[in-house]
Design a protein around this ligand. Structure first.
Ligand code: ATP
Ligand code: MG
Length: 292
């Protein structure tokens, strides 16, 4: 790498895995080799499969921790496609996606970035939190996500036709977006979109019990707590408690942390710094785990 050149901050799917996951990824082929646990809440599997069949790019919209990443991992496994995940952030340049020339043993060699790799190998490329990426990345994505399906690598003077199995998936959380950061219509209208929400009560209970390895009754209480929080959201919380946080609480309980303490640490504290709301949340915990 040239002196002073920025290290691409690209995070592969391995970094995205949850602690309790029960599947593995072959880092070379990017194939998920054991089935990720995914509980479906509707016809999202069928919709995704139809989109893949038509090679349409897909946009997943929904709050943090509601299952978007897990869904993509599951679909990559189901469709038997490699998965390359890129977490977008404000320092992510097009070159981080495309690749760059590196100096290796006094020779300059081209190294494909993760998007180029995905386009060449026919992977599912998952761009997480796309709105965080810099503007120049949309220039790269546009010809790839319409019927041209091409990737222009200017630095290399190469135009790549996407592998016939390649699919682009992006996700974002509409709740966080400011007017400035909202996706442009010309980007939005290149994707079909699937709204994601927290799973329905019974499903979320099963998920929390499974992922947190706790009994269904306790999982039910945690989900009940989340529903109460989601109902008071308009009183100052930016977002409700995610399925992810419920699983964290369950994992602490599973390790012997008392229920109320686990809820405070895993749910109440991460959600807000506002002392008044914090008090309300702690009261809610006491109400639900009254016998703990
Ligand atoms: N339908 C589901 N089936 C199985 N597990 C689920 C499901 N939904 C959520 N989970 C669990 O919740 C955790 C959080 O979900 P995930 O990481 O997919 O959220 P996300 O929507 O990608 O969040 P973010 O927008 O913050 O990236 C997962 O690791 C998984 O344990
Ligand atoms: Mg995610």
């Amino acid at each position: 790498m040239h002196a002073g050149q920025r290290q691409p901050r690209v995070i592969s799917c391995e970094r995205e895995r949850s602690v309790t996951e029960n599947y593995s990824i072959n880092t070379k082929s990017r194939r998920i080799t054991t089935e990720p646990y995914y509980l479906s809440s509707g016809n999202e599997i069928r919709l995704f499969e139809a989109s893949y069949d038509a090679r349409l790019p897909v946009m997943l919209k929904g709050p943090t921790g509601c299952g978007k990443t897990r869904f993509v991992e599951y679909m990559a496994y189901r469709l038997e496609r490699p998965l390359i995940t890129i977490s977008c952030h404000e320092d992510l340049f097009a070159s981080d996606l495309l690749g760059r020339y590196l100096l290796l043993q006094e020779e300059t060699v081209w190294v494909d970035g993760p998007l180029t790799q995905a386009v060449r190998m026919g992977a599912i490329c998952y761009l997480d939190e796309i709105v965080e990426a810099r503007k120049d990345t949309t220039v790269v994505i546009h010809p790839l996500s319409d019927n041209r399906r091409i990737l222009s690598i200017d630095k290399k003077g190469e135009t790549l036709k996407a592998h016939s199995d390649f699919m682009l998936v992006i996700s974002y959380n509409p709740g966080y977006q400011s007017v400035l950061k909202d996706l442009k219509q010309s980007t939005r209208q290149r994707f079909v979109a699937m709204p994601f929400a927290y799973p329905p009560l019974d499903n979320e209970t099963q998920i929390v019990a499974h992922e947190g390895q706790i009994n269904v009754n306790t999982a039910k209480r945690l989900v009940g707590f989340a529903h109460r929080i989601r109902n008071i959201r308009e009183h100052g919380l930016a977002e409700g408690a995610s399925t992810r946080l419920l699983i964290y609480a369950a994992q602490l309980m599973n390790r012997g942390i008392p229920e109320r303490e686990a809820c405070e640490m895993a749910i109440c504290q991460p959600l807000t710094d506002d002392e008044k709301i914090q008090e309300t949340l702690v009261e809610l915990v006491a109400d639900i785990f009254y016998d703990a």
